[in-house]
Design a binder for this molecule. Sequence first.
Ligand SMILES: N[C@H](CCC[C@H](N)C(=O)O)C(=O)O
Length: 301
Amino acid sequence: MKFKFSKMHGCGNDYVYADCTQQEMSNPEAVAKYVSRYHYGIGSDGLILICPSETADFKMRMFNADGSEGKMCGNGIRCVAKYVYDHGLTDKNPVSIETLAGTKEIELTVENGKVTEARVDMGKPETRPRMIPMITDHYIFVDQSLVLRETSIVGTDNKTYKEKFFFNGTAVSMGNPHFIVFVPDVDALDLEDLGPQFEHHKLFPEGVNTEFAQVLDENTVKFRVWERGSGETLACGTGACAVTYACMKLKKAGSMNKPLNVHARGGLLKVTYCSENDHIYLQGPAVEVFTGEIEIPDCEL
Ligand SMILES: N[C@H](CCC[C@H](N)C(=O)O)C(=O)O
């Protein structure tokens, strides 16, 4: 199977993008696994398809490195908007893109005919447990935060994890599930060890993206992320929005209608909570690195 692709990233959260406006791709789950392998494929956090839509200008389908389909991708949707504008598929600005988490509107910043950054209306954050989804039996809430105390957990992958860990976190959905844990020093964490324990915790029946956040001052927070289906990535757009909402809800940082500076390992995202419509707005760069064509042996699919 052969297809043309564009390699793009938002703050280092990189995906392989395939233009499927003329022809759909069969078994994208298998393609996502192949292109994400860092030494045998192209190397990426996953695959994003740009598809036609009956209800919006375009549709985005995103697949994590393990082939699982995500409902929304904040860094990815900025790159989709850049792709369709730069490659002449549309001259609209703003552009609307349908996702499994609803249709999003993206305002483009254009310099010399190319999109350099974009601002996404990410919609409303959701914190009701059953909407995350999160099963909160046997857990307690402490001042709106969820306190996990486990002697040992068996994950949804039936592995038994760490004898004891204790975290105080907050769950927010941006159309996909996030659990935000505030820590004193994100750089001191061993995410390879911690990440899977949250991702596969029975508390989250559909898995979870986990952000470890460190407040630097009232206008600045930094975070690392262990993404569901992709592991640690250099940035997570929906995660930055979830972190911003958690910071405001717990009065740790940020203020309404003013951008919070959210530093991911791969770059800076500016996130604003608008009190007028309860929507969160995500602003950040979108970069096309190179284009190419790849032939994937049928035996790999
Ligand atoms: N791993 C996520 C999808 C990608 C989100 C992230 N890359 C972003 O920029 O929002 C999930 O399965 O819900």
